[in-house]
Design a protein around this ligand. Structure first.
Ligand SMILES: Nc1ncnc2c1ncn2[C@@H]1O[C@H](COP(=O)(O)OP(=O)(O)O)[C@@H](O)[C@H]1O
Ligand SMILES: [Mg+2]
Length: 407
């Protein structure tokens, strides 16, 4: 079977795993996940490709597995991007209404959107997303579609996500080199939020944190719109590095200790406890102080949440998150991470999954696949926007044209 318009594929080239997800949309628009493939990622550090050949091999493996499971051929994907160079900012565009009768037209809307996108960026940066938040007509905000309304001035608030052009292009070029077309790119944090949040959460206000291996992405929704986004250059790999250094063990051993004995909270319950590490031949190799391990790990996880909490406070979003915090990514597996996030953000916390989508695969329950599944959801929304003659919710294509190199 070849891919048809109802087949949508998402690809996350993560630091710990490459993951391809296939969704199928029926005539009524319901989305089912029908395939998932993954491969350990060897060519990525901190969310960005550092070895093209290895990354290409891992993508090929993940895509082949997803193709086999879904029984489709993947020719184009919605590609997830991340990296600490990505930045989110809010901007407002202005436009005087041109017509004599002051009725706002579709052209006015296009002009004001163009104005809002004209953000002054560093010269090496490109816009990844311009997410429309709401329109204002003569200062009255909260308007979804001003066409047909009367006014002298129309404005639009947008959330712009931008990043270093060359670094974004690395992921694109690797995928294209495999004869897979990149339909559009999507910031991983937005994709995860799409998989995890329903419209009520978005309305009430929610913070989604995706705790990956090389980076942690976060996105704030409130009043139904994207308010804020960011990437923290700290992830699970940093915890393992800290453990390797602090406990004087190999990186591989540190990763294993983290998974088997790690915890987000350090408490007195482990005081004086030790772990014995054996060599492959069964000899006692080393004794590890569990209290020390827990203290090192808790400090890193705490730091990650604190950085996000500070960023939200600075932007004034701490008080508008009534649906609370949603944790996903592999880091959501860390025992008691929910408790720690609750203490730091002083909000209700949920361990998130992409459970609102139906599908045959058990991975829907695993927090590390939220991005991949969210990319499929993003693709489905964008495709629907296009067939309705719109430009998709995120107004991506115009912004991306220049560096996607096809328009
Ligand atoms: N039980 C666990 N305890 C601690 N860390 C975990 C656990 N399970 C997974 N992780 C960590 O989650 C990270 C992988 O998450 P993932 O979302 O797949 O990353 P990425 O998207 O960057 O590839 C790794 O750093 C891994 O060590
Ligand atoms: Mg990830």
């Amino acid at each position: 079977m070849f891919d048809s318009p109802s087949i949508i594929a998402g690809l996350e080239i993560g630091t710990s795993k490459v993951c391809a997800v296939v969704g199928e949309e029926n005539e009524s628009g319901a989305l089912t996940i029908i395939g998932l493939g993954q491969a350990p990622s060897r060519g990525v550090r901190k969310g960005e490709i550092v070895d093209f050949e290895l990354a290409a091999e891992d993508i090929r493996t993940a895509v082949a597995e997803a193709e086999q499971m879904a029984d489709v051929e993947i020719r184009r994907v919605y590609l997830g991007v991340t990296g600490s160079h990505l930045r989110g900012l809010n901007n407002r565009g202005y436009h005087p209404v041109a017509s004599v009768d002051r009725e706002i037209t579709a052209d006015d809307v296009q002009d004001v959107m163009r104005n809002a996108k004209a953000v002054s960026l560093p010269p090496d940066h490109s816009v990844v997303h311009t997410v429309r938040q709401h329109f204002l007509v003569d200062g009255q905000g909260g308007i979804q579609n001003p066409v047909g309304m009367l006014g002298a001035r129309v404005e639009v608030d947008v959330h712009v996500i931008h990043g270093v052009r060359n670094r974004l292009q690395n992921a694109l070029r690797t995928v294209k080199g495999l004869q897979i077309e990149v339909e559009e790119v999507c910031f991983n944090g937005l994709a995860s939020a799409m998989a995890v949040l329903n419209s009520e959460h978005k309305e009430l206000g929610a913070l989604v944190i995706d705790l990956g291996a090389g980076a942690t992405e976060y996105v704030v929704h409130a009043n139904g719109i994207v308010k804020h986004s960011g990437v923290i250059a700290v992830g699970g790999d940093h915890i393992s590095n800290d453990l390797a250094l602090g406990l004087k063990v190999s990186l591989g051993r540190a990763e294993q200790l983290k998974i088997e004995h790690g915890n987000a909270i350090h408490d007195d319950g482990v005081r004086g406890q030790t772990l014995t590490l054996n060599s492959p031949s069964g000899l006692i190799e080393k004794t590890i102080n569990l209290e020390h391990l827990r203290r090192i790990m808790a400090a890193r996880v705490e730091e990650t949440f604190e950085l996000i909490a500070q960023a939200l406070e600075k932007e004034g979003f701490s008080d508008c998150l009534r649906a609370g915090v949603f944790l996903c990514g592999g880091g959501a597996h860390i025992p008691r991470i929910k408790e720690l996030a609750g203490e730091i953000f002083d909000l209700p916390v949920s361990l998130a999954t992409a459970g609102s989508l139906s599908g045959t695969t058990a991975a829907l329950d695993q927090p590390e696949f939220c991005t991949g599944i969210g990319l499929v959801k993003f693709g489905s929304m964008q495709a629907r926007g296009r067939t309705r003659g719109g430009r998709g919710f995120f107004n991506l294509r115009g912004a991306l044209g220049s560096w996607l190199g096809r328009r």
